[in-house]
Design a protein around this ligand. Structure first.
Ligand code: FBP
Length: 265
């Protein structure tokens, strides 16, 4: 990993990535709760909130929408991704190159690795190529580190999440995006295993404001560095309110009660 604190991806040492690659990864079903969320422009608007340190999108959405927002948002190019229609062993197609992402103006790259998949070797080699090209452009690299496949489908066991964070460090990621392992204690171990690689929590499916903020608070208290979140922001009718609260918890060290009170002000 390289120092990334001075890059646009990071604010005061921490990170809040607004993920919006769900149209590919999950399909239109994720937009049903709030139909307006299918419009990428709405999410780019949301990403102009000062708490958001980057918006993570696939190539097509970046090409179509980023040029109008280049002065207002930080682009994280999510290089690989696969539709939910794929029924094989977990894998992810590399849909754009680092060179093309840099040409479009990306400030960081994102890459999924499914450790434990039968395709892990090939994915790690693709990650190597993306990582080493990103270094030529001084772009921070975020690994969506998701152990998955064979006996491991969607595993959030503490030992598995700690391994996911360690794998991100070992392969050179600057930020490891991992699922919440269930407790602050388990997150502490995860953060320790990641060494200098920043650890951020993956948002997950939509929960209540309090439940969500409490998991984020536990991550921060465990030494984590923030969040990469999609549904828990843009599946809310008022994404600004939860971003106001997240800004308090992630960047101001506020309690959940204080953050909620501030957001309601
Ligand atoms: P969420 O906060 O909505 O979970 O988004 C984070 C993310 O990693 C997205 O970037 C991605 O589309 C999605 O989760 C993948 O989720 P999964 O593979 O677990 O279904």
């Amino acid at each position: 990993m390289i120092p990334i604190d001075d890059t646009p991806l990071v604010r005061d040492g921490n990170v809040l990535i607004l993920a919006y690659d769900h149209g590919l990864e999950h399909g239109p079903v994720d937009f049903e709760a709030v139909p307006e969320s299918a419009d990428p422009e709405r999410i780019f608007e949301t990403a102009t909130h000062p708490a958001v340190t980057s918006i993570a999108v696939q190539k097509g959405v970046a090409e179509a929408y980023y040029p109008s927002y280049a002065d207002d948002v930080t682009l994280l190019a999510k290089l690989n991704g696969t539709s939910n229609l794929w029924m094989g062993e977990p894998d992810s197609a590399v849909n754009w190159s680092v060179d093309y992402a840099a040409e479009l103006g990306a400030d960081a790259i994102g890459f999924t690795l499914y450790g434990g998949s039968n395709n892990e070797i090939e994915m790690a080699e693709e990650f190597r190529d993306a990582h080493e090209t990103a270094r030529e452009y001084d772009l921070p690299v975020v690994m969506w580190s998701y152990p998955r496949g064979q006996g491991l489908k969607n595993d959030t066991k503490p030992g598995t999440i700690a391994y996911a964070a360690r794998e991100a460090l070992e392969l050179g990621a600057d930020v490891a995006k991992v699922k919440y392992p269930g407790s602050k204690e388990a997150m502490e171990t995860t953060v320790r295993m990641a060494g200098p690689t920043k650890v951020v929590m993956s948002g997950g499916s939509k929960t209540t404001d309090r439940e969500f903020l409490e998991s984020v608070k536990a991550v921060m208290d465990a030494g984590g560095n923030g969040l990469a979140v999609g549904r828990n922001v843009w599946q809310r009718e008022n994404p600004t309110r939860i971003l106001d609260a997240l800004e308090q918890v992630i960047f101001e060290g506020a309690s959940v009660d204080a953050a909620l009170a501030e957001a309601d002000d």
